[in-house]
Ligand binder design. Structure first.
Ligand SMILES: [Zn+2]
Length: 119
């Protein structure tokens, strides 16, 4: 996941003939199950010896949306502090009708802003 971010930013930098990447803003959906600390760590490693080296990574977490097919219930989760949350895909149950909820939003990881330094 992080390598894809780095690749996209490098392509972007190349397209704009940028000399250096100064800052990268990304939004991580809750259900990507990415740990921002790990993303930062890998980012630092992957950015080495590229125009991205030394750039600042700003991570914003986005709360996901769950929806129920049976009753149309829309909700989010408060499982954020559960330590097991990052290691397995949890199953969410609808509070209204006890059906399994499906993930509607929050599986995406997007680059929202890139600051470049032109030569
Ligand atoms: Zn329901």
């Amino acid at each position: 996941m992080t390598s894809r971010i780095v690749e996209s930013v490098l392509t972007e930098a190349k397209n704009h003939a940028a000399k250096k990447v100064l800052e990268v803003h990304i939004t991580i959906g809750e259900f990507t199950f990415l740990n921002p600390e790990q993303v930062s760590f890998w980012y630092g490693i992957l950015a080495k010896e590229t125009p991205m080296e030394g750039s600042r990574l700003v991570i914003t977490k986005k709360t996901g949306v769950l929806s129920c097919r049976s009753c149309g219930h829309l909700g989010s989760t408060d499982k954020d502090d559960d330590p097991s949350y990052h290691f397995s895909t949890p199953v969410f149950i609808c509070p209204n009708c006890s059906q399994r909820l499906e993930i509607k939003e929050g599986k995406e990881c997007t680059i929202t802003k890139v600051r470049l330094m032109r030569s």
